[in-house]
Ligand binder design. Sequence first.
Ligand SMILES: Cc1cc2nc3c(=O)[nH]c(=O)nc-3n(C[C@H](O)[C@H](O)[C@H](O)COP(=O)(O)OP(=O)(O)OC[C@H]3O[C@@H](n4cnc5c(N)ncnc54)[C@H](O)[C@@H]3O)c2cc1C
Length: 386
Amino acid sequence: MMLGYLLARAGVEVTVLEKHADFFRDFRGDTIHPATTEILAELGLLEEFLRLPHTEVPELRLGIDGETFGLVDFRHLPTRCKFMAFMPQWDFLNFLAGKAKQYPAFRLEMSTEATDLLRSGERVTGVRARTAQGDVEIRADFTVACDGRFSDIREHADLPVREFAMPIDVLWFRVPRGQDAPPTLGYLGGGQIVLAIDRGDYWQCGTIIGKGTFTQIQAEGLATFRDRVAHAAPFLASGLDSLTGWDQVKLLSVRSNRLRRWYRPGLLCIGDAAHAMSPAGAAGVNYAIADAVATANHLALPLLKGTLAVADLQHVQRRREPAIRRAQALQRQQTRQLAALSRRNPPLQLMRLISRTPLVKRRLGRIVGLGFRREHVRSLHHSNRR
Ligand SMILES: Cc1cc2nc3c(=O)[nH]c(=O)nc-3n(C[C@H](O)[C@H](O)[C@H](O)COP(=O)(O)OP(=O)(O)OC[C@H]3O[C@@H](n4cnc5c(N)ncnc54)[C@H](O)[C@@H]3O)c2cc1C
């Protein structure tokens, strides 16, 4: 959506396909990092964005057995927003779609699922798509696969993938809001890690489990699951009675991988389609948006001039891949730590030391809040709006 917005803003005719009828699906990344809000500021969208309902979190905190540790501090970042914003992803996507539709060059086709690539010899020339009215062919000078971590399009493009083993999965569920809790994101206790995102009248909760252990957890029973969650995050206990069936608990399979080559003639993969991000550090949305900005910065002009070449696509990969490699390596380390945390609590002395050392917390704030390579909007702005 961000790339669609940026290209239309530059005057490039663009069609975004979304297979669902709307964006109202729960359990997606809800975090908007300071680097992303800075991009919105560069686009002149920040003020309006901040008027949407959201929560501002200046410091990420972890609660362990009743003690709270501030670990990641955004308050000293050189950005306008010195906090991480939490906003349901559907609100963010609807906001961007609304802004993009102001440009006559932008089209959004909902309920339209890309099912295959069209080709002319080696060159990708668009997609075949399924709609309620039947299959259609959508021809394009340039196609971008940004269809997420289970990307069908990259499969069809037959691009080689390097897969990294992930020791965890995530279970998501909602808990009605009862007792208020301190603004802490993560809770740890009794071998259970629980994330709780404030969604107004309910908590969107996630809990980390060992890869492939959901069936075993189900066999142990819902009461045991509720007890474990309540042990880690006691303020959720009263609301957990509302969890009465496993159909209220969604398994999100964690993947981490990276394409060796992100492109073919006429096609580029970005975001999770090029490099599926694990939830560790909650950074995948930020990196996907940075990919979109880098892509628009480099490709808008050749697209307008009709001179787009494979070397341009190569340039995008070269620019983004080093940051993604570093981010994924860090995520692998964080994911191993998360898996270890479910076996034993971290030394509280270490947690206390970090939470009392501003320099370390600020350093972590930079890594999480800004990512490894920030992108700034440099693509053209064609002022024509509807
Ligand atoms: C359990 C879990 C929790 C996470 N939590 C966070 C978090 O808190 N913060 C964070 O920053 N990141 C988080 N991530 C990572 C983050 O979700 C991704 O990195 C990010 O969403 C990637 O954005 P994207 O636009 O590339 O893909 P997606 O957000 O996956 O978007 C792909 C879109 O393409 C659509 N689509 C798919 N196939 C087709 C098709 N064939 N035709 C048309 N449309 C199609 C989908 O419906 C979807 O709307 C999490 C990941 C997991 C697994």
